[in-house]
Design a protein around this ligand. Structure first.
Ligand SMILES: Cc1cc2nc3c(=O)[nH]c(=O)nc-3n(C[C@H](O)[C@H](O)[C@H](O)COP(=O)(O)O)c2cc1C
Length: 237
């Protein structure tokens, strides 16, 4: 039977889970080395297929190579955001109204890419291909470690975001750091002290995701904590 202590731990852990948002705005405060070590330890405790532990983390802080990589990545993320902003119509519809959620998201993204080079810590996440197979399979053994990293950062008062925008400059990164060909560059994660507040995350209601008895039949025992916030319904294409 769960004890009172278990319930107290659960309250903290589950609150942390539900308030670990993608943080893209940071103060100038550093991530201390002691905290970074704890965060990276948590990342490396993640599960992986057959406990193969293919995840590797290349930490970029402030040495000359890291500064070069930051510039390369900065140009990459700015080009990616430029493309996404026009492709996803961030200036159209509600995006044209200052203060709308869409306009605020666009402003946050712009600030993120403009200040990219000064983000305290950037982590490149690699996956060693121990055996042949698609990158999706190896990704499944690496992304739990990424989430561990983000949760540990959140628990220590930091925040971050995982992204794929390193891919446009992947070749330059490989050359800069002599990353072997058998390493799949699975993600990039930024970390810092949030300039805004943490969570709560916004998702669709839990009964749209969890079924019992048949696909699409919501389980009747589900419930959400008070104050749970939701996104707008999915757009069906
Ligand atoms: C697999 C994955 C890929 C992502 N790729 C990007 C990305 O390339 N660029 C970006 O800005 N955010 C990226 N994100 C962050 C998501 O946009 C973010 O987690 C999502 O919008 C939910 O926001 P929230 O966590 O603040 O609720 C990615 C997240 C995941 C899990």
């Amino acid at each position: 039977m769960p004890t009172d202590a278990d319930h107290a731990t659960a309250d903290v852990v589950l609150e942390t889970l539900a308030s670990t948002r993608a943080i893209r705005r940071y103060t100038d405060d550093p991530v201390s080395e002691h905290d970074l070590a704890r965060i990276m330890f948590a990342a490396t405790r993640a599960p992986s297929g057959s406990n193969g532990q293919p995840f590797r983390f290349l930490v970029l802080r402030d040495d000359p190579t890291a500064r070069r990589a930051r510039r390369v990545l900065g140009d990459g993320v700015r080009s990616q955001w430029d493309a996404k902003r026009s492709a996803d119509g961030y200036e159209r519809g509600s995006g044209a109204h200052r203060g709308s959620r869409k306009a605020r998201t666009a402003a946050t993204m712009q600030d993120f890419v403009d200040r990219f080079e000064s983000i305290p810590v950037i982590v490149l996440v690699g996956a060693v291909r121990h055996r042949p197979g698609p990158d999706e399979t190896i990704g499944a053994s690496v992304y739990p470690a990424c989430q561990n990293l983000l949760l540990a950062a959140r628990a220590l008062g930091y925040g971050g975001v995982m992204m794929m925008w390193h891919r446009v400059v992947e070749q330059e990164l490989r050359e800069l750091f002599s990353i072997p060909d058998d390493v799949f560059l699975a993600a990039m994660i930024t970390l810092g002290v949030p300039a805004g507040r943490h969570g709560p995350v916004r998702r669709r209601p839990v009964d749209e995701f969890v079924f019992e008895g048949g696909w699409g039949t919501a389980a009747d025992w589900l419930h959400e904590p008070p104050g749970t916030e939701h996104t707008a319904p999915f757009r069906r294409s």
